[in-house]
Design a protein around this ligand. Structure first.
Ligand SMILES: [Zn+2]
Length: 184
């Protein structure tokens, strides 16, 4: 009796050793991380413009649409930005949770604008008219940086070089994945 059981389990195990040694090789990298992130960002922004009431054509897009887009993204943010009144204001590493809002980190927004600015021109937009290069955007980003630096007790160092070395994938990717109809 015990032999039968042994045989059964042996067969069972031999059946399960059908092992395909197929290596899951990643697809050839057609696009760099920067390029694919840029493409995703561009699609997200295009979708955002389409979802406006009434929809905004790319040719009509100006810096205020871009600013609205950045504020819209804040709801998907993961960076705690403390209010002045919060006991953890200015603490980089608070010991306890608080009710302050989560926002898009300045670095994510800054990198995002850089990618969208490039994408805009790649899609035929004229550099002189680029809404992402508008002074209003720079002012907004500077304000966000200063506000977050104070609230989070962090000093940001902005690199002079335009090369995107640290690609922050935070932000728009999240916005895209949760691009369900939002409760009005
Ligand atoms: Zn707080």
């Amino acid at each position: 009796m015990s032999d039968d059981i042994a045989k059964d389990s042996a067969q069972g195990s031999s059946r399960s050793t059908v092992n395909n040694h197929q290596q899951q090789s990643p697809p050839p990298a057609l696009l760099s991380r920067y390029e694919s992130q840029k493409r995703r960002d561009w699609n997200t922004f295009g979708q955002y413009l389409k979802n406006q009431r009434p929809p905004v054509a790319l040719s009509q897009c100006n810096s205020s649409h871009v600013l609205d887009f950045l504020r819209y993204l804040d709801q998907f943010g993961k960076t705690k930005v403390h209010h002045y009144g919060c006991v953890f204001f200015g603490q980089p590493d608070p010991p306890a949770p608080c009710t302050c809002p989560l926002r898009q980190a300045w670095g994510s927004l800054d990198a995002l604008i850089g990618r969208l600015r490039a994408a805009y021109e790649e899609h035929g937009g004229s550099p002189g008219n680029n809404p992402f290069g508008n002074g209003a955007i720079r002012v907004y980003l500077r304000e966000v940086r200063e506000c977050q630096a104070k609230a989070r007790g962090i000093v940001y160092k902005k690199k002079k070089r335009r090369k995107n070395q640290t690609i922050l994938t935070v932000g728009v990717g999240e916005a895209k994945s949760s691009a369900k109809p939002l409760p009005a």
